[in-house]
Write a protein that binds this ligand. Structure first.
Ligand code: ADP
Ligand code: ADP
Ligand code: MG
Ligand code: MG
Length: 544
């Protein structure tokens, strides 16, 4: 077997030794003798944005590194010559691109996935570095679009994750390149920043160039791309690049879990999007949790929270920009922060809490992932249990049970912390940014798991997240946080998804519609007929 799936792969992927001949022929790169193998490549198209979607470890970054010329494909051998590579792609759409790449005629501007590593080689101030990178006289535009004004004098090594991300996106856009490539541009960004980044990528890159974007946030991927490739297979073992699909259709196939052009099932079930009004579920009218008006001052930041309540069987989504008090409110619910005015008293409720920042010290009394999970649920390895099937396996924790907690990466820690919270039997579930670091598949799995728990146990969950597709999938009502980030935040009472999303999106000037086939939310292109109509009627969010 491939060493990961014994009989049937959890994602319905075919076995590596059973790869059909036509796939085997597409081997583009293999890391070492028994290393990860990539079959096929995404196809850059002039004047179009090519989106790439797939699980972590599917080969997305590898494929991008090849297309920007950072990694020379080896065709599964020790080394391949350019003649061999070109011969392999003869007669395909990629031939011309690769020929140009070989001849040094492709100048690439590339934002790598891991932004923190960039500061090891980059020194200086944001403004000065951006001016130096600016080959197209776009300095002012990117500074405005990516909200960098207040950061121009800042040393790049002092930027937060989100600030660094925005700076690097800007630094790529201002280049005069043939291919522009962005590997996970929305990590650390809030919704507004994500949409601004997507808009900048769509509007500020010259036409007739190649653009590639790897992205897990489906609303952003949908907005930014013209075409998408899905990379499927067994994460860490092999990845197969799908045909290019038009973005709407491609994401719909992805959501349904079936790729028709390759006749391939990539998931055992579709993901179902429904407006809260259309969901067949009963939310009790019993007030489960109630709070009066709250006030809290933290340094020079002030938060006011409108009085509100949550019911049994309900998921309350929390939306707002970075630095507006979302985490502060969650910590009040968790009893970690006491309000200065008003009381939020929940000691009678047993809590399950996934904090925003997960650190190994959270699990300091345990050695391995297995030790942590065993403490949460004795039956965590019972392969017939809901928890094993829907949480442990879908998050891939079954493959890292013997890893030491202190050696886990950020993404692995996040998965463990999410699984711990999902595994607890609690009365109140609090998830602060559960989708950070997770791939698109894991985000949807976590969303489904939260929904299952809340419905089957008749409890309540509060979920802070910047992924609007995930929010739409789970939230019954939402609390919108507005104000001035870092200075003052105001939390509105929980509203219906439609009302809350409307309030939130109006501030951003973005409208959403629902896809007719899958019900998933889609961002309207700015200035399109629908966009203008919905803005006129004040319907920023269609929940039909
Ligand atoms: P993705 O971006 O889809 O998460 P990557 O392209 O980064 O996936 O990696 C795909 C697989 O290849 C992973 O299993 C990763 O561990 C492996 N891999 C990536 N880079 C190397 C390398 N330089 N040497 C060996 N294996 C690698
Ligand atoms: P969000 O979760 O919406 O990004 P937070 O609730 O984490 O926002 O923080 C809101 C603001 O309060 C931020 O500007 C943050 O820097 C500030 N803040 C948070 N905790 C403290 C603290 N203990 N002392 C001073 N300021 C704080
Ligand atoms: Mg990657
Ligand atoms: Mg926060």
């Amino acid at each position: 077997g491939c060493g990961i799936c014994i009989k049937k792969c959890p994602f319905g992927a075919i076995h590596i030794e059973n790869l059909p001949e036509e796939v085997e022929e597409k081997l583009v790169h293999r890391y070492g003798e028994n290393g990860f193998a990539l079959y096929g490549l995404p196809i850059p198209k002039q004047g179009e944005v090519t989106g790439i979607i797939g699980r972590n470890g599917a080969g997305k970054s590898t494929s991008m590194k090849i297309l920007v010329g950072l990694l020379k494909p080896n065709l599964g051998k020790e080394e391949a010559t350019w003649d061999e590579i070109l011969a392999k792609f003869k007669g395909t759409e990629l031939f011309n691109y690769l020929k140009k790449l070989k001849d040094g005629k492709i100048k690439a501007a590339y934002k790598p996935q891991y932004v923190a590593q960039v500061t090891k080689v980059l020194k200086g101030e944001v403004g000065q570095l951006l001016k130096k990178a600016d080959e197209r006289g776009l300095f002012k535009d990117v500074v405005k679009e990516l909200n960098l004004e207040h950061l121009l004098d800042r040393d790049v090594r002092k930027l937060s994750g989100g600030e660094l991300q925005r700076f690097l996106i800007a630094a790529v856009i201002v280049k005069d390149a043939d291919v522009y490539a962005f590997d996970e541009p929305t990590a650390y960004l809030d919704v507004k920043e994500r949409m601004n980044a997507a808009r900048a990528i769509r509007n500020l890159i010259p036409k007739s160039r190649y653009t590639l974007v790897i992205e897990h946030d489906l609303a952003v991927l949908d907005y930014v791309s013209d075409l998408v490739h899905i990379i499927y297979g067994v994460p860490g073992v092999y990845g197969i690049v799908s045909h290019p699909y038009g973005v709407r259709v491609g994401i719909n196939h992805y959501i349904r879990g079936f790729l028709p052009a390759e006749n391939m099932r990539i998931r055992d079930r579709p993901i179902v999007f429904k407006a809260p009004e259309a969901r067949e579920r009963v939310i009790s009218t019993e007030k489960y949790l109630e709070w009066p008006e709250l006030y809290k001052k933290l340094g020079s930041f002030e938060l006011t929270v409108e009085s509100g309540e949550a019911h049994r069987g309900e998921i309350v989504g929390i939306l707002g920009p970075n630095g507006i008090g979302k985490t502060t409110f969650i910590k009040m619910l968790a009893g970690i922060i006491k309000p200065d005015k008003g009381e939020l008293y929940t000691p009678q409720l047993k809590l399950a809490y996934k904090p925003q920042y997960v650190v190994p010290e959270m699990f300091k009394n345990f050695r391995t992932v297995r030790d942590v999970l065993r403490k949460v649920r004795r039956d965590f390895l019972d392969t017939s249990s809901w928890y094993y099937v829907e949480v442990i396996k879908r998050l891939g924790l079954n493959k890292m049970l013997d890893k030491e907690v202190k050696g886990l990466s950020g993404g692995e820690l996040q998965k463990l912390a999410v699984a711990v919270a999902l595994g607890m039997e609690a009365d109140l579930y609090l998830f602060d940014e559960p989708s950070a670091f997770l791939d698109v598949e894991e985000r949807l799995a976590v969303g489904n798991a939260i929904r299952h728990i809340v419905e089957s146990q008749g409890v309540t969950a509060f979920v802070v997240d910047h992924d609007l597709v995930m929010m739409d999938l789970i939230a019954d009502r939402v609390m919108v946080f507005r104000g001035e980030p870092g200075k003052r935040g105001h939390a509105h009472r929980p509203m219906s998804l439609r009302e809350g999303m409307n309030l939130f999106l109006k501030d951003l000037g973005i409208t959403f519609r629902r896809d007719a086939d899958t019900g998933r939310p889609r961002v309207n292109k700015e200035g399109s007929k629908l966009d203008r109509m919905q803005k006129l009627s004040g319907e920023y969010y269609y929940t039909l």
